[in-house]
Design a protein around this ligand. Structure first.
Ligand SMILES: [Zn+2]
Length: 693
């Protein structure tokens, strides 16, 4: 999920984000890495060690005592660190740090911090910085959830990771690295997807604060929803290049992640890509979608070309098909070119005869990805990359089991063979359409949608997360801010903004959450409808619709699911059901979201049980008048905000995009524009999906 930075591999292998360890022997109070490097030991440290233990028991042993250091232990003795063993030195540092935390945060907040159990989702760019901050601040227990493994390209900024950790779990390695900073902090790592069933609403409920350090929209929305259902405060953060933001989300107090619509994905009409490109990106998207493996899916006319893979004729056949005959066919559609420049088809033979010089300096061209190649140079790269790809394809075919599917090579911006092919193909097509050619370097960024990740931005945002967490721990939501980091804005580097109020129409937080226990082996939909919705929630004879993520399960005309077991309807522990009040009365209830918890219930008891007591007081849907009134109070209704600080452009794009840490959003939804077909840039695996629906 983590898009590599735009650096060469050599650069990426040299971590630059790690703070330099202080020389062992200095009594640096904040020195996270010294514990890893200090190697001195001493035989007479035992006595001091027990003394330290007495003065500063670890938080889990006695937190209250530790939280209020007496005057006498504010200045503990500091023997020469050279005479201590590393463990004693480490304790010394933790002790000193706690003293400073106590001084800067105050006794009460420092005590809350030392009792707080927090969840950090994502251990990438922001996550590494944030985990370091949380550990050094002395949070009692930190759970990390991350599904990713470490990649070489992470190392320049995700400073908890080293070369030897490549391919290992980010969560586990981050835990091991950060534990060394402060052994008194309990860190629990989960190498898992936060959307997994094990992370239920009740699991979320056990945390004081959740931190989102994620790089994709889908996971962010999921955690937002879970935190609202569990009523746990969420600190949401994101960075894109130099921009970043931090937002505090608390049910009923602030806007949630989904209160404002997010930017729609970048997309292009199919006809633009296929027939009338006008920008380099159009040709790059075309290049990415017309790779070798795509040829398989195309018409029978390509069979001959496919069969030629690996032969000397293959590059020429492919070239003449896509850059000559296809273009000739496009030219023949006269209507298309009334107000546009007609594309000029190219013949392989013609270009090749002019390319003698380029052919001779092939290696030089291939090693220079920063320069914009000439048409002839692009031809040389096109032919060479196809030779390389064909060879790989033949090797793959040779190695494959006859029962397996045909091998494919997919575009990967870090796979130089596919990048060369896409870059040269896009440039040749650009030439045909009279569009500027681009360097391979630029094309790599455009094709990979790479926005360079910047360690400093992550560090600033992670720091802001902890500052907001302090306000949350104090319950001081009035002071909590939504902060935008916008270095290139005209006004301020950091633009703090008061938290927005919840959008009453928000489909995610404008709902009433309840939890029920269900014995899934015998509970039916009827049990939920009768015992929970009608009886416990007081819907009685009201008309309502009950649905899950898939669709409507029950309404007044749709009753055939009632006798079915919940398990047969695909409901499991962690599923959500939504009840929508359809009654025409003046004040319908807000939507109710039911979190289903799988549990074993005694045979003699009803198979579904509410997890709330009495009849809950469900709020009513806001009337139109109330919404307008809220709007006047600075409520954000449709993504436009009235009380935006500074110039309008200041945080535009950052605010609504909720950018990923290192990568653009990994999954982008299909657009539903009126009639136009669109190409949706689908970044999972670097693929671009052409949607013709
Ligand atoms: Zn909301």
């Amino acid at each position: 999920m983590d898009a590599p930075n735009q650096v060469s591999q050599q650069e990426a292998a040299q971590p630059t984000a790690a703070p330099a360890p202080a020389p062992a022997g200095t009594a640096a109070p904040v020195d996270p890495l010294a514990g890893q490097t200090a190697k001195q030991s001493s035989s007479n440290a035992t006595e001091h060690q027990s003394q330290v233990r007495q003065q500063y028991p670890p938080p889990q042993v006695d937190q209250t005592q530790n939280a209020q250091p007496s005057a006498s232990n504010q200045q503990p003795t500091q023997p020469n660190p050279n005479q201590q063993n590393p463990a004693a030195q480490q304790r010394q540092r933790v002790m000193a740090r706690d003293r400073y935390n106590h001084q800067s945060l105050g006794a009460s907040l420092n005590s809350s911090v030392k009792q707080a159990r927090v969840l950090m989702v994502g251990a990438g760019g922001i996550g590494c910085e944030l985990l370091k901050n949380l550990v050094l601040t002395g949070f009692a227990e930190i759970h990390i959830v991350d599904l990713d493994t470490i990649d070489l390209s992470n190392l320049n900024r995700q400073f908890l990771f080293r070369q030897e950790h490549i391919k290992k779990s980010k969560a586990l390695v981050a835990k091991d690295a950060a534990t060394k900073f402060n052994p008194n902090v309990k860190i629990v790592a989960h190498h898992a997807n936060i959307k997994d069933d094990e992370f239920t609403v009740s699991w979320f409920k056990d945390f004081s604060i959740v931190f989102n350090a994620l790089d994709n929209l889908e996971a962010r929305r999921h955690v937002n929803k879970m935190c609202l259902a569990a009523d746990v405060p969420l600190i949401e953060s994101g960075t894109t290049g130099f921009n970043g933001q931090v937002q505090v989300i608390k049910k009923r107090s602030t806007a949630c992640y989904d209160c404002t619509p997010k930017d729609t994905p970048k997309s292009f009409p199919v006809c633009t890509i296929r027939s009338t490109p006008s920008q380099p990106i159009h040709c790059i998207v075309w290049g990415k979608t017309s790779e070798i493996e795509e040829l398989k899916k195309e018409s029978e006319a390509l069979k001959k070309i496919r069969d030629a893979v690996g032969t000397n004729n293959f590059p020429q056949m492919l070239f003449d098909k896509v850059f000559h005959s296809d273009i000739e066919r496009l030219r023949s559609v006269e209507d298309m070119w009334k107000s546009r420049r007609k594309p000029e088809p190219l013949k392989y033979e013609t270009v090749y005869t002019q390319a003698t010089e380029a052919v001779a300096s092939k290696d030089q061209i291939l090693s220079d990805g920063q320069r914009v190649w000439t048409l002839e140079e692009n031809l040389v790269v096109f032919k060479d990359s196809l030779d390389r790809l064909s060879k790989r394809m033949l090797d793959l075919k040779k190695a494959k089991d006859p029962a397996e599917a045909e091998p494919i090579i997919t575009f990967d911006k870090d796979d130089i063979d596919t990048l060369d092919f896409v870059a040269s193909g896009a440039n040749i097509r650009s030439t045909i359409f009279g569009i500027d050619r681009k360097s391979r370097f630029d094309i790599k960024e455009m094709a990979g949608n790479i926005i360079p990740a910047i360690a400093t931005t992550n560090a600033i945002v992670a720091g802001l997360c902890v500052l907001e967490a302090f306000k949350v721990l104090k319950g001081d939501y009035g002071q909590a801010k939504e902060v935008f980091l916008t270095p290139f804005a005209a006004a301020r580097l950091l633009a703090p903004d008061t938290l927005r109020l919840p959008n009453p129409d928000c489909p995610v937080c404008g709902v009433f959450n309840i939890s029920i226990k269900a014995d899934l082996s015998r509970a039916t939909l009827n049990d939920v409808v009768e015992d929970i919705v009608k009886k416990q929630l007081g819907f009685g004879d009201k008309e309502f619709v009950l649905s899950n993520e898939v669709g409507i399960m029950y309404d007044v005309d749709e009753t055939e699911n009632l006798p079915k077991k919940l398990s047969d309807l695909g409901i499991k522990g962690g599923s959500f059901l939504t009840v929508v009040d359809e009654d025409d009365d003046e004040e319908p209830f807000v939507n109710i979201v039911i979190d289903v918890e799988d549990s074993i219930i005694d045979e003699n008891d009803k198979p579904v049980q509410p997890k709330f007591e009495g009849s809950p007081k469900i709020p009513r849907k806001p009337t139109k008048a109330a919404v307008t009134n809220d709007d006047a109070n600075g409520m954000q209704q449709n993504g436009t905000k009235t009380s935006q600080p500074g110039p309008e452009t200041e945080s535009k794009g950052v605010k609504r995009a909720h950018p990923g840490d290192d990568a653009p959003p990994t999954k982008k939804a299909k657009l539903t524009t009126d009639d136009e077909d669109v190409v949706v840039v689908h970044d999972v695996g670097g693929a671009i999906v052409i949607d013709d629906d």
